[in-house]
Design a protein around this ligand. Structure first.
Ligand code: ADP
Ligand code: MG
Length: 249
C-alpha cells in the first residue's frame, strides 16, 4: 500500500440492531474499522459488547442493519456464513481449547478441516504462530498442563493460524489470574504493532489507552462516545462515559 492511499475498511457496521425476544440489546450501532486499526470497546456489563462482536462474526444473526467485511455485505442471506467466519478470528474469555488434544492439534484441526491444508502445512503454520505467542516449545503439551495465560495464548495462535483478516477479542484476560494478564496483553500488543486489525472488548483501561487507536464506549445497546483512545479515556465528553470510567479506573 502506498503512503497516500487510505487504509481499506475491514469491517463496517451500519444501523445494527439485535433483539432477544422483546429485549433490544443493540439499538443502532455504527462502527467502521480500518485495516491495521485497533478499536477497544468498553462499557458496563450487559451493555451489548459481546453481542456486537458475535454479530460481527455472525455467531448471532442481526435483527436489522448491515455488516460488511472487506466490502462484502455478510448480512446478505446469500452469503456463505461459514466461509466468512473462517476469516474472522475470535478469542473468548474462556479459551475453549479441545482438552483432549495437544496444543499443536488445537492449532491445526481447523486449518486441516476448514482450509483443507495438509498436515505438514498446517503444522508449519501452527508452529510459526505458537512461536509468535512464545509457546513453540509447548506444542506437544495438553491444555491442562498449561497456565490460563498460556492457554489463552494458544487460543490466539489457533485463531492466527486461520490467517484472519480481523481479530475479535472478548475480554480475553478477564478469566485470568492477575499475574498472567500481562503476557496475554503483551501478545496482543505485538499483534497490534504488526498491523493486525482488531476489535478488543476489555476492562484493561491502560491497555485500551496505550494500544487502542480508538475507544468506543457502549452503554445500554448504543455507542455513547467514541474517539481517539487518549481522548475518550483521558477526557471523556459524555457524562455516562465519565461515570463508567470513575467506577473502573
Ligand atoms: P456485555 O458483553 O456488554 O456484558 P452482552 O452482549 O453479553 O453484554 O449482553 C447484552 C444483553 O443481552 C444482556 O442483558 C444479556 O442478558 C442479553 N443477552 C445476551 N445474549 C443473549 C441471548 N442469547 N439470549 C437472551 N439474552 C441475551
Ligand atoms: Mg460480554
Amino acid at each position: 500500500m502506498s503512503a497516500t492511499s487510505p487504509a481499506p475498511t475491514v469491517v463496517s457496521v451500519t444501523g445494527l440492531r439485535k433483539s432477544f425476544g422483546e429485549r433490544e440489546v443493540l439499538r443502532g450501532i455504527d462502527l467502521d474499522v480500518a485495516a491495521g486499526e485497533v478499536v477497544c470497546v468498553i462499557g458496563p456489563s450487559g451493555s451489548g459488547k459481546s453481542t456486537l462482536l458475535r454479530c460481527v462474526n455472525l455467531l448471532e444473526q442481526p435483527t436489522s442493519g448491515r455488516i460488511d467485511l472487506l466490502g462484502v455485505e455478510v448480512t446478505d442471506p446469500d452469503v456463505d456464513i461459514d466461509r466468512v467466519r473462517t476469516h474472522v478470528g475470535m478469542v473468548f474469555q474462556q479459551f475453549n481449547l479441545f482438552a483432549h488434544r495437544t496444543v499443536l492439534d488445537n492449532c491445526t484441526i481447523a486449518q486441516r478441516g476448514v482450509l483443507r491444508r495438509s498436515r505438514a502445512e498446517a503444522e508449519r503454520v501452527a508452529l510459526a504462530n505458537l512461536e509468535r505467542v512464545g509457546l513453540a516449545d509447548r506444542a506437544q503439551a495438553m491444555p491442562a498442563q498449561l497456565s490460563g495465560g498460556q492457554q489463552q495464548r494458544v487460543a490466539i495462535a489457533r485463531a492466527l493460524s486461520m490467517d484472519p483478516m480481523l481479530m475479535l477479542f472478548d475480554e480475553p484476560t478477564s478469566a485470568l489470574d492477575p499475574e498472567l494478564v500481562g503476557d496475554v496483553l503483551g501478545v496482543m500488543r505485538d499483534l497490534a504493532d504488526a498491523g493486525m486489525t482488531m476489535i478488543v472488548v476489555t476492562h484493561e483501561m491502560a491497555f485500551a489507552r496505550e494500544v487502542g487507536d480508538r475507544v468506543v464506549f457502549m452503554d445500554d445497546g448504543v455507542v455513547v462516545e467514541s474517539g481517539p483512545a487518549d481522548r475518550v479515556i483521558g477526557a471523556p465528553t459524555e457524562e455516562r462515559t465519565r461515570a463508567f470510567l470513575q467506577r473502573v479506573l
